[in-house]
Ligand binder design. Sequence first.
Ligand code: CU
Length: 214
Amino acid sequence: MIHSNKQLHSGRIGRRLRRLPLFALFATGALAIAVSACGSSSSNTGNSASAQSAPPTVHLYTTILTGGMINNSAGPAQGPKYVPADMTVPAGARVVLTIISYDDGPTPFPNASSPYLKVSGGTETIGGSPITSMSNSEIAHTFTIPSLGINAVIPAAPARGSGEYMPVTVTFTFTASHSGTFNWECLDPCGSGSDGMGGAMATPGYMKGTLTVA
Ligand SMILES: [Cu+2]
């Protein structure tokens, strides 16, 4: 169970969410979306012939929970689990995806020079610091959309004691320039089985889901 949310994302929306019971937030799979006012008010498509209007910025939030933080009794797999796993953004938007991960266990790739240790298809910060690649000893998950060339890297959260949760905050910014529903997945072998590819890795809603651009 979660007894404290003091480490939750410290941004504006994080402060707002902090007033909510965190467990209720996870239980509902709530997804906070905010569209900034800097884009055109008349069009969200970003495909306007007008070169003056910047595309709208959309903020998406998802959280990686550990098996110990969720009730697995009714689910097909143990954690870790992205909550939510299915997200929707407007076509043409500049998307700022914030991933808050509580998973403190790294999972190296079998191939220590895996291409999925590199950030691609957008820009990333971890705790506010820009990053372009990660060491194989640090990585815990990826957020990868192969068909869009998108790869974000998520390190293990700081080590913690029993009952403590200290998340790491990853921000990945990209442009949703193609419409459609795209499958994302974690490619880091964080699941069960001898190869780490079972359980959560093989289960939609855990380490795979969809990004709909519409
Ligand atoms: Cu994973």
